[in-house]
Design a protein around this ligand. Structure first.
Ligand SMILES: [Zn+2]
Length: 407
């Protein structure tokens, strides 16, 4: 196995005569076409180091399989020669992605380029047993898969995001406190009801992957995704992949202690980061500064009020956001020191305040640089808002397909 250079750190090219090596090379070429699409055979040869005849033969096989297609000529060819460009065929392969939320289930089907082609959302009673919720999810997944195959190509897999820690080997939900689930063998139960390949993952990890694969941190190797809302959580992309830790709880950033003996947290500890920088902290500071808001109990109404107030430059809105921006920045700064990411993506419900929060957080981070060596990673708003985990599920299905295409 030889590893090629340039922008190909994640693409290994195998050399040798064995059939499986040929399959590995086809997989590498397909992944490159997906990543750098559209791309010419000459460019594929240059990046992989494989000779042009080998690349042409591998591309022919991919064209026959229907995964990729020719899309005409490269008009800006510098050598003056026009070359046929190869692209993926979005309509030959589909992915289904579902998110089980707190009392709601959303499912989308997407084409091979990741574009959504259908969507469905339902609510469920939080008193339902895990078994009933899983049965409902399986029915929705099967319906979405059938629809995807009638609108687009064959379904490569179905991803299910859950709001809890997942054992990625067994597919068991270890705990999902907001659903009241503990040790639920969700993958095993879904596999019994769904004929397509199924995978289960944590929603914040998938959201990080969605932003890395399609969105605000596309293609970056090290990404910190922060989801800020009722709590604080997130996901880490390390070397281009989800970092899960040894027991699947990596990303539970909100429960890092930032104030020993501080406010009690839902996890049972005190002084967790999320107690200082979540929605409740923002709302209570806004109500303190704007007594008229004391009687507004509706969450989305409060968010709208704070958006209008800060948009108009009113002190109460701005000050309330500053109240959570500083602790948010302090925690992000610690994570920067631990992981040194290239970019930080702010997602979750509080990202609707990104326009205000990001400059505040960035200023604080600048002041916290040490020794002048840390590059002060850029903070950006998430591209997909509440749909980041759904997009991440599509990304996981597509990535699995790219690693082991059925060719
Ligand atoms: Zn906690």
């Amino acid at each position: 196995m030889s590893t090629v250079n340039e922008r190909t750190a994640s693409v290994d090219v195998a050399t040798g005569n064995h059939g499986s090596l040929r399959h590995q090379n086809i997989t590498s070429i397909l992944r490159l076409i997906y990543r750098d699409r559209p791309i010419s055979r000459v460019e594929l040869s240059r990046i992989t180091g494989l000779n042009k005849a080998t690349v042409s033969s591998l591309v022919s096989e991919l064209l026959e399989s229907g995964c990729v297609r020719s899309i005409g000529e490269n008009q800006s060819e510098r050598a003056g020669r026009r070359e046929v460009l190869i692209d993926i065929d979005p309509q030959k392969t589909s992915a289904v992605s579902m998110e089980i939320g707190i009392g709601n289930i959303s499912v989308i089907a997407a084409d091979f380029a990741g574009e959504t082609i259908s969507r469905s959302d339902v609510t469920f009673d939080l008193n339902l047993t895990a078994g009933r919720v899983i049965s409902k999810a399986a029915r929705m997944a099967n319906d979405a898969a059938a629809e995807a195959e009638s609108l687009n190509g064959k379904v490569a897999g179905i991803s299910i995001a859950v709001p809890g820690a997942v054992d990625i080997e067994t597919g068991n939900v270890l705990f999902a406190p907001n659903l009241g689930w503990r040790d639920v063998p969700i993958l095993e139960r879904l596999k019994a009801k769904i004929s397509h390949p199924v995978l289960v993952d944590n929603e914040a990890s998938l959201a990080a992957l969605g932003e890395h694969f399609f969105g605000a941190a596309k293609g970056l190797r090290g990404v910190l995704y922060i989801s800020a809302g009722v709590g604080l959580g997130g996901g880490l992309i390390v070397d281009g992949d989800i970092y899960r830790g040894s027991s699947g709880i990596a990303g539970e950033f909100g429960h890092m202690t930032v104030d020993i003996g501080g406010k009690p947290c839902s996890c049972g500890k005190n002084g967790c980061w999320e107690t200082a920088a979540n929605e409740a902290a923002l709302f209570s500071e806004y109500r303190r500064l704007m007594p008229r808001a004391k009687n507004v109990a509706d969450r989305s109404q409060l968010i709208d009020q704070i958006l209008i107030s800060s948009g108009a430059g009113e002190e109460c809105g701005i000050k309330a956001l500053e109240f959570i921006a500083r602790p948010l920045a302090v925690g992000i700064d610690s994570l920067i020191k631990a992981f040194d990411p290239e970019r930080i993506v702010l997602g979750g419900p509080l990202s609707s305040f990104s326009k205000f929060l990001i400059p505040m957080i960035s200023r604080e981070l600048q002041q916290r640089r040490i020794f002048g060596v840390d590059h002060c990673a850029e903070v950006v708003a998430a591209s997909f808002g509440p749909d980041a985990a759904l997009k991440g599920g599509v990304a996981r299905v597509i990535r699995s397909f790219l690693r082991t295409p059925a060719i």
